[in-house]
Design a protein around this ligand. Structure first.
Ligand code: GLN
Length: 205
């Protein structure tokens, strides 16, 4: 079985470890370059992206993550992890950088102006039944490059001066580009393992 690393400098590491172990993967926490070198795939959890990049810089591992992801390491980012994989951020903290790899623009804390946290049944192109998705100060994907496949979107009501003017639009919350997978929400919360299984399939490909 593949060895999957979970980025463990910050975030909800344990939930991902449990989901991956339930699917039979060997799982290691990754904080150092030697640990990163050993893995066949990487998960970047939810948490706080500004803290994640700060700690990765302080511990001198940010470039190692950047390099391995750009060289094709299969990687699954959830929520803050999606931000870490994005090539471009809108509404990031001052000077906020990422590991990158995914040709998308992500808006940080995107749903915040309407509602901080919410749950929704989200239809996916890859599954017959919707995914029960937990969003916590979640980003959305605002723009995708040509190699990015959109897997799921949710309808949002855009702010308007009066209720009558409210405009509805779909916002992208799950994408795939080659062996990179990212969701705005937290599939590691709850016992639906379909997205982790999809990721392990990408690792095997
Ligand atoms: N808002 C957080 C960030 O910017 C992400 C929140 C989450 O991972 N639940 O990193």
């Amino acid at each position: 079985s593949p060895t999957i690393g979970v980025f463990a400098l910050q975030g909800d590491v344990r939930e991902h470890v449990q989901a991956l172990q339930a699917l039979g993967a060997d799982v290691v926490a990754v904080r150092r370059e030697e640990e990163l070198d050993r893995v066949d795939g990487l998960v970047i959890p939810g948490g706080e992206s500004t803290t994640m990049i700060k700690l990765a810089d302080v511990f001198g591992v940010a470039d190692a993550f950047r390099r391995r992801i750009s060289e094709g390491l299969p990687t699954f980012g959830t929520c803050a992890g999606m931000i870490m994989l994005a090539d471009r951020i809108v509404d990031g903290a001052d000077g906020q950088t990422t590991f990158g790899g995914l040709d998308v623009t992500v808006r940080r804390n995107a749903f915040g102006r309407q509602v901080d946290s919410f749950e929704a049944q989200v239809p996916f192109t890859t599954f017959p039944d919707p995914v029960h998705a937990v969003f916590i100060r979640a980003p959305w994907v605002e723009q995708v490059g040509p190699d990015v496949e959109v897997l799921a979107s949710v309808p949002v009501v855009l702010d308007a001066a009066t209720d009558d003017d409210d405009e509805r639009a779909d916002r992208i919350v799950a994408v795939r580009q080659g062996a990179l997978l990212a969701t705005s929400f937290h599939p590691e919360v709850g016992d639906d393992l379909r997205l982790h299984r999809l990721f392990l399939d990408l690792v095997d490909m």
